[in-house]
Design a protein around this ligand. Structure first.
Ligand code: SOE
Length: 387
């Protein structure tokens, strides 16, 4: 079985998620499309890179990410850094002929996304973006039902991504609140996950009408590089810095196929943790999903007799997408790790088959175009704006 050596850049939360997937993908999907080898990891300093290598199972480490690009033994570059370095790393990796797996969102700006898309196209390397939630079996099952026509032509998509880790004004000013590093706030960080799901399930977007809001204009400056997602409190005396991104993104959508919809994303919704939901109404049925109950897909079919028509719950298992590789009976429990394992499997499959997976860098670029239209609409007072 062919081995692929990974060079990972970054050592935070997502490095953990990706490393776990590399270690376990062949345990779930066998024969595996390829064997991931955790070859070398790069972080900001020798000390943190060394520790990350020990913790995440990499054989080698470096404090210079360019070592990975220059290393002829490396087949795949995995980018798990904040958004401001995605473009530089991805363009260098593509030029060096490496396949690229990159965390979402693709970049800070539309221009960067275009550069990344063009670079992988020119180099002919496989590329994938880590919008993992569409790899939840229940979401893939919704896709299958829609493709089979089980709910008919789609009329409406309503999606949310609500969290509460930044709801307190004491949660620190990490890179996720600084436009020069992240590009946008809730919109890019979590709204893009729902945009990816909406494109996957419904199709291309045509127009958006948007409102972006910042509720907490300044936050305590974070000390230390580690992004603890709001759990480190700055304290009343900590110096404050300006937030220059959105706390909340709300937008209405017109899809190219005539469906309508809406998306709301915020990290300030007390009581909501990873509340990714969608409800889709079609001409002959409806589908509802909530990631906080991610083993379940709720469906309602208009063809059911009137006296028993209503939402029913399907627990995903072996009969459903990715069921052959995951657990042997329904409802044993799908988690964040499983979505990452499936994502890793699909990426390796795409390399073995020589064709790009979805979402790839072109999808990332299309998602940035939607984000750009959301900004333009907000600036124009919420007018319908062509994407
Ligand atoms: C923070 O909002 C975050 O870590 C996102 O950046 C991830 O994409 C999401 O899956 C979990 O929450």
């Amino acid at each position: 079985m062919k081995q692929y050596r990974i060079g990972m850049i970054g050592a935070g939360f997502m490095a953990k998620a990706h490393s776990l997937a590399y270690a376990t993908m062949p345990m779930f999907f066998w024969p595996a499309p390829g064997l991931p080898v955790r070859h070398k990891i790069a972080d900001l300093t020798e000390a943190t890179a060394k520790e990350a290598a020990a913790r995440l199972g990499f054989a080698n480490y470096t404090a210079n990410w360019k070592d990975l690009i220059d290393d002829p033994e490396i087949d795949i570059i995995d980018i798990v850094t904040p958004n401001d370095s995605h473009c530089e790393i991805a363009v260098a990796a593509a030029k060096a002929g490496k396949h690229i797996f990159c965390e979402k969102p693709i970049s800070r700006t539309l221009e960067e996304a275009k550069m990344m898309r063009d670079a992988v196209k020119a180099a002919g390397v496989r590329n994938m973006l880590a919008f993992n939630y569409r790899r939840t079996p229940a979401v893939a099952l919704a896709h299958k039902f829609i493709q089979e026509g089980a709910i008919g032509k789609i009329r409406t998509f309503r999606g949310t991504y609500l969290q509460d880790w930044s709801a307190s004004p004491d949660s620190p000013l990490s890179w996720r609140f600084q436009k020069k590093v992240c590009g946008s706030g809730a919109l890019g960080d979590i709204g893009t996950h729902v945009v990816d799901i909406a494109r996957y399930l419904v199709g291309d977007f045509a127009e958006a009408a948007a409102r972006l809001t910042t509720y907490i204009p300044e936050r305590p400056v974070q000390t230390g590089a580690i992004d603890n997602l709001g759990t480190v409190k700055g304290g009343a005396d900590a110096p404050k810095g300006k937030v220059d991104v959105d706390d909340e993104a709300e937008f209405a959508i017109r899809f190219a196929n005539g469906a309508t919809g809406s998306i709301e994303a915020t990290r300030n919704a007390w009581g909501r943790n990873n509340f990714i939901t969608f409800e889709i109404h079609g001409e002959i049925g409806s589908i509802y999903f909530n990631y906080e109950r991610r083993d379940e897909l709720q469906v309602c079919f208009a063809s059911d007799p009137g006296d028993r028509r209503g939402f029913r719950t399907i627990y995903t298992g072996p009969a459903h997408p990715y069921g052959d590789g995951l657990w042997p009976i329904p409802a044993l429990g799908i988690g964040y790790s499983e979505t990452k394992i499936v994502e890793c499997y699909d990426f390796f499959k795409s390399i073995a088959e020589g064709k790009d997976p979805s979402p790839n860098f072109d999808d990332g670029y299309q998602i940035e175009r939607i984000g750009d239209a959301v900004f333009r609409s907000n600036d124009a007072g919420g007018n319908w704006t062509v994407i």
